[in-house]
Design a protein around this ligand. Sequence first.
Ligand SMILES: *Cc1c(COP(=O)(O)O)cnc(C)c1O
Length: 426
Amino acid sequence: MIDPRRRVPRTDTLLADPRLAEAERILGRTLVKSVIADAQQRARAGDIAPEQVADHAVAALPSAAASLRPVINATGVVVHTNLGRAPLSQPAVDAVVRASGATDVEFDLATGRRARRGRGALAALAQAVPAAGGVHVVNNNAAALLLTAMTLATGREIVVSRGELIEIGDGFRIPELLESTGARIREVGTTNRTHLRDYADAIGPDTAFVLKVHPSNYYVTGFTKAVSIAELARLDVPLVVDIGSGLLTPHPVLPDEPDATTALRDGADLVTASGDKLLGGPQAGLLLGSAELIERLRRHPAARALRVDKLTLAALEATLVGAPTPVDRALAADVAGLRERAQRIAAQLPEAQAVDCVAAVGGGGAPEVALPSAGVGLPEPFAQALRSGTPPVVGRVEAGRCLLDLRTVGPDDDAVLLEAVRACTS
Ligand SMILES: *Cc1c(COP(=O)(O)O)cnc(C)c1O
């Protein structure tokens, strides 16, 4: 009898299989060959028959060349950092696709000369915040703070309240980020209370600027005191305000969340913010402030290392001028509509119930805000099963059940969600 391992098809033969040849065209040779090698290995180990190698390789092909998978965010956390923060709006997605080839990002088609990089996105940002004399965009808010400290504070002091020395996530801390530029942090006040005189006493010839940081992922209650932007603006040093979330104007659902326009009107010289939190756009760091300050930041040698690519500029511009974003819609959804959707879905699933629940804004801001919401409750084991489905659905486990919060699920995804739950039971 012939050893079956000798009948394992050769790689060339398998690559000629029309299904694998088509996959090679889309996914590339390296990826397809590695999938083939795994299937051949299984056949040599006797796990599958040699005749099954091609079928197994086809079944194991990933659906795209990149490994990031789209998931349904049913966590009820609107801006979920581990799920990529803000989902892009359709106009932003379209803009990214349009800009993905050669594009006039830094080129004037009329004159045939170099043009200001990302001028469309910058103009849209300037138009959205007329209170800003100048605007600039970098890789993220951390980069915006880094560039600010490098430009203004190397070898000098940044004055900041002890109540605002924040850790962003994954062990990264704003004070340490600022100190990495060679700036010194001058802490003032206490964790719960900082007064105007604390700042005034700390300011001296070495002061580069006063920094006010919005505590976007925690809040301090009780016996507290913080100094407002308007009061800090009266001190005779530049005032930089990190608002975090990226709201450009006040938000009706989040009255306590700071916004760039108000911060600038109150006297901030420079505002920094993220693009992918409440603004609902791509990862980016927004810098808005006096024209003179912005020009200095833009001209710093390190600005080049922090600049954004054309895809980010495209998505940001479309976010600013286009239709409401998924984040806007999640914040605006009324609870009666969410309940109706929950009931409609639950009615089609024997093990499900429509339930009221509470959603959150997330790491993007407003930690104290509870958003009334509704969702579908399922037995707890569904949580794991749904995460391993296609598409994966990420809910949250609460009070011993798996909860799918509809505030963070687009209404267009209800049918997909329903199918995903059904697939777990069949
Ligand atoms: C989220 C956040 C940051 C970090 O922003 P990235 O865009 O993730 O770099 C900095 N400061 C505040 C107040 C934040 O909320």
